[in-house]
Design a protein around this ligand. Structure first.
Ligand code: IMP
Length: 196
């Protein structure tokens, strides 16, 4: 059976990844389960670069021919030249709470009309195969930045991410609903096809 290591320390991500990859004939391991520990500097300029940096670094630490997957994600706001982008987690400092980050972004969009508030969540996933081959995929979820925070589900920038087709923010969707349409859900489905 194929062994796949997903390079994340995030338990929620592992759960979602296991659910989506469940029908692959493969054992999916977290870094902890694979006995790998590593602090990787994500200094790439794109989501894809960061995902490849992480997956390649972990792949070098594997011993049993495992496939290594890693992701990188964030929010791009068109009016702000795609900020916060690859700096989404570090925007205003890594330890700043999201209520503050979200409030700041809303403020920066003050007076900007609906049609110019377009934004998207992006998720890139990289796969590094035992022979060194690298594949990347990208999933996106399009929306608009709202005028305040709404909803208590999700995390991060979800409360300000308005989905016009649904008439609510991604923080107002259940986890199952969000996973079906999310950037991460789509990227995971795409990488699953690469792994078949
Ligand atoms: P990472 O991919 O785990 O490094 O996360 C990047 C950052 O992007 C997160 O810390 C959030 O700030 C933001 N982000 C990524 N995906 C989402 C999402 O689905 N909802 C809200 N924020 C997100």
């Amino acid at each position: 059976m194929k062994k796949i290591i997903f390079a994340t320390g995030n338990a929620d991500k592992m759960k979602e990844i296991r659910e989506i990859l469940a029908d692959l004939d493969a054992e999916v391991l977290s870094m902890k389960e694979a006995g790998i520990q590593s602090d990787i500097v994500e200094d790439g300029k794109t989501f894809e670069e960061n995902a490849v940096i992480k997956a390649t670094a972990i792949s070098k630490l594997t011993k049993n021919g495992e496939i290594v997957l890693a992701d990188d994600s964030g929010l791009e706001i068109d009016y702000l030249n795609k900020e916060p982008g690859v700096y989404s987690a570090r925007y205003m400092g890594e330890h700043t709470d999201y209520h503050t980050k979200n409030g700041n972004l809303i403020q920066r969009l003050e007076g900007v009309p609906d049609e110019k508030r377009t934004a998207r969540f992006v998720c890139a996933i990289a796969a590094v195969f035992p022979d060194g081959k690298v594949e990347t995929v990208r999933g996106t979820m399009e929306g608009r930045i709202g005028y305040g925070e709404k909803g208590a589900n999700g995390f991060g920038y979800d409360p300000i991410f308005f989905l016009p087709e649904y008439g609510c923010t991604s923080a107002e969707l259940s986890m199952e609903e969000k996973n079906k349409i999310s950037h991460r859900g789509k990227a995971l489905q795409m990488i699953k096809e690469e792994l078949r």
